[in-house]
Design a binder for this molecule. Structure first.
Ligand code: MG
Length: 208
C-alpha cells in the first residue's frame, strides 16, 4: 500500500476475527466453528451446574433462549452476572487448534510495530478470548489500545473516538467486514484496507 510505504500512516486499526486469523466454521467464520461449539459446551456446563439439571436439558433450554435472543439477559439477571463475568467463564478457551491462517498477519503486524506505527485492536470478541489469542500469537505488547466486545455496543461508535486525537489522513483501518470495519472508518476520512482472508494483509507491505 503506497501510503504505508511512504510513511504517511501513523496508526493502524485492526479487526481480529477473519482479519488476524480465521476459524474452521462456515467461510472461515464463527458459525459452526470449533470455537462456537466450545463456547456452547462451556455455557451448558456452567448453566447445568447452576440449575442442577442435566446437560441435555440445559442444551435444549439454551437453544430455546438463544432463539429468542434472551439467553444472556435471562441468565445474567438470574445469577447476578455481568456480561463480562459470563464471557470470562465461557470464552476462556485455548486458541491452539481453533484459530488458523494467522502466520501472515503476525508477520505484517510485527513489521508495522517495527516501523513504529501505532496499533489499535477493535474487536467484537470478549476480552478473555482476545487475551488468549494474543498470548498464543505473541502479539501481547504490540497494540497500544485494545477495544473488546465488553467496552462498546456497536463497533462504529469507536471510530470517532479514535479520530478525535489523530489526523484522519494518517490512520488506516483494516478488516474483513465492510459494514463494521470499513465504512465507518471511511466516514472519518481514514484510509481503509478490506481483506477477504488474513493472507491479503501481505499486500499492505507492497508499494502499489
Ligand atoms: Mg472480522
Amino acid at each position: 500500500m503506497k501510503e504505508l510505504c511512504e510513511g504517511k500512516i501513523k496508526t493502524a486499526i485492526f479487526d481480529m476475527d477473519g482479519t488476524i486469523y480465521e476459524l474452521d466454521g462456515d467461510n472461515g467464520g464463527f458459525k459452526n466453528s470449533s470455537l462456537q461449539k466450545k463456547v456452547k459446551e462451556n455455557t451448558a456446563k456452567l448453566f447445568s451446574k447452576k440449575e442442577n439439571i442435566s446437560l441435555k436439558k440445559t442444551n435444549k433450554l439454551i437453544d430455546e433462549l438463544n432463539e429468542k435472543g434472551t439467553f444472556l439477559s435471562v441468565y445474567a439477571e438470574k445469577y447476578g452476572l455481568t456480561r463480562k463475568d459470563f464471557f470470562d467463564i465461557v470464552w476462556n478457551i485455548d486458541p491452539e487448534s481453533i484459530v488458523t491462517n494467522y502466520h501472515e498477519s503476525v508477520e505484517v503486524i510485527t513489521e508495522l510495530a517495527n516501523r513504529n506505527i501505532e496499533l489499535i485492536l477493535l474487536t467484537q470478541a470478549p476480552q478473555v478470548w482476545q487475551n488468549n489469542v494474543f498470548s498464543f500469537l505473541n502479539l501481547q505488547n504490540m497494540f497500544g489500545e485494545v477495544y473488546t466486545g465488553e467496552t462498546f455496543m456497536h463497533k462504529p461508535e469507536i471510530f470517532p473516538k479514535i479520530s478525535a486525537s489523530r489526523r484522519p489522513n494518517t490512520v488506516l483501518a483494516i478488516g474483513d467486514q465492510l459494514e463494521t470495519d470499513i465504512l465507518p472508518a471511511s466516514e472519518q476520512g481514514f484510509f481503509t484496507f478490506h481483506v477477504q482472508t488474513p493472507k491479503d494483509l501481505l499486500k499492505l507491505l507492497k508499494d502499489d
